[in-house]
Design a protein around this ligand. Structure first.
Ligand code: HAM
Length: 434
């Protein structure tokens, strides 16, 4: 029969990528915990209107990239194209702002969907790890969130992260800037792409994001946001940068960074990273401050700040820079039974070892030692425990250190104690070398 291919832009995750994703999620959630964030989950699909209002009508996401369909009850449903809008909706639906101290701090992870042209580091189904801090009123909340993102990347071993940062100011600043952009592009827009015509009318800020080369040339000479910030917005931005300096967080102000989602105001940022292979996967994470998003979806006037990492991109740069070696810790013991007489005893040993907290495995297909040692090596077992027919008769096992090849016999009754001792010894040894 014909094989069925995966849909374009999707991918299966297994082996190293599977282990890596769990590792990345563990580091991510543990650091979020340290910063006082708690875990939240929202539906993978929402009413289409949520994203139209939240992410915004003028964004590429809403205009072109959403997986939207009518369900059997004739409702317009959309597979989430990002995580922020859903968290805001949950905050409003459950009135979370009413019975908890502000700011609310949530982290989340899961799949998101965008109908984009697939390429290196760009999928139609991908995974985001994100945080949102809502009900904020100090630049220190912004800084806390940026610092969290930065520390997660440092902890994952991505040392040379480039933090690009800009400010989109408050509404007044953006109104001023939009007017200036309209002036600037008025006599140029006829020469620009079809999308830019639309953007000129709906949201001229989006023109700055245009990927068409000819248009980028024109954009290069456009006025910059920074010069249209109100005094308050400029002061906040300068203060934010000063605190980042004080904490030794390297950044680069990028005047053209406007971000593709409509909800941003104030500080916006992206984390970039070039792996040793020189491969560019785009931003590995991005976020910013939003003033009116909660109101936009029917809640009170609460400001927030957040970011999301792209899990596929984190994995790709870590793999390229060999940061994943050793994260698969492997088994403590590989139990080898040879000869059918030993299966029962081997299985019972395997069960006791697991109950005592050791990672172990065995196989029951009657293969010989040579094969079993190969398997144990592939599973990165620290020790092999061998039970052959001879051993069963004597009620002993042979334990072999897979690294040093040293081996010795241990009576059945003492195997668990010995296992404890061996693993403790190994751990003490590895700490000693750290
Ligand atoms: P975003 O920049 O659209 O922001 O996406 C965040 C991250 O998701 C990107 O930096 C990138 O790593 C990853 N990403 C985006 N598109 C793709 C794709 N097609 N394939 C693979 N990875 C991708 C947001 O979604 C905002 N919700 C972030 C945020 C949270 N802002 C405030 N709070």
């Amino acid at each position: 029969m014909n094989q069925i291919n995966p849909p374009k832009g999707t991918h299966d995750i297994y082996d190293l990528e599977g282990v890596a994703n769990q590792y990345i999620e563990t580091i991510f959630s543990s650091l979020c915990g340290f910063y006082g964030f708690s875990y939240a989950q929202t539906p993978i699909f929402e009413h289409t209107e949520l994203f139209e209002r939240g992410v915004g009508d003028s964004s590429d996401i809403v205009r072109k990239e959403m997986y939207t369909f009518k369900d059997k009850g004739d409702r317009f449903i959309t597979l989430r194209p990002e995580g922020t809008a859903g968290i805001m909706r949950a905050i409003v639906s459950n009135k979370l702002y009413a019975n908890t101290d502000l700011p609310l701090k949530y982290f989340y992870s899961g799949e998101v969907f965008r109908y984009e042209r697939p390429q290196q580091g760009r999928f139609r189904e991908f995974h985001q790890l994100g945080v949102e801090e809502v009900g904020v009123n100090s630049i220190y909340n912004d800084i806390e969130v940026i610092l969290l993102g930065y520390s997660i990347l440092q902890t994952l071993g991505l040392k040379d992260v480039k933090l690009k940062i800009n400010s989109l100011g408050d509404k007044q600043s953006r109104d001023n800037y939009r007017a200036a952009l309209k002036d600037f592009f008025a006599d140029k827009i006829d020469d620009m792409c079809e999308d830019c015509h639309d953007r000129y009318n709906t949201n001229p800020l989006r023109i700055l994001d245009c990927k068409v080369e000819h248009d980028q040339e024109i954009v290069r000479h456009a006025p910059i946001m920074r010069n249209y910030l109100t005094e308050k917005a400029e002061t906040d931005f300068v203060e934010t940068l000063e605190v980042l300096n004080a904490f030794g967080i390297p950044y680069e102000v990028d005047n053209n960074l406007v971000r593709g989602l409509d909800y941003y105001s104030g500080v916006v940022f992206e984390f970039h990273y070039t792996s040793k292979t020189g491969q560019n996967y785009g931003a590995i994470g991005a976020g910013g401050h939003y003033d009116h998003l909660v109101e936009e979806i029917g809640g009170p006037a609460l400001e927030g700040i957040g970011f999301a990492f792209g899990l596929e991109r984190l994995y790709a740069v870590m793999r390229d820079d060999s940061l994943l070696e050793g994260i698969d810790e492997g088994l403590d013991f590989y139990v080898m039974s040879v000869g059918t007489k030993s299966f029962t005893d081997a299985f019972s040993l395997l069960t006791s070892l697991r109950a005592s907290g050791f990672k172990c495995e065995s196989s029951f297909d009657g293969k010989g030692f040579k094969q079993l040692f190969k398997r144990a090596n592939r599973k990165k077992a620290k020790f092999a425990i061998i039970i052959g027919d001879d051993e069963v008769d004597k009620e002993v096992v042979t334990i072999k250190n897979m690294l040093t090849e040293e081996q010795f016999m241990v009576p059945y009754a003492q195997v668990i104690d010995k296992a404890d001792e061996l693993i403790d010894e190994l751990e003490a040894h590895s700490h000693h070398h750290e």
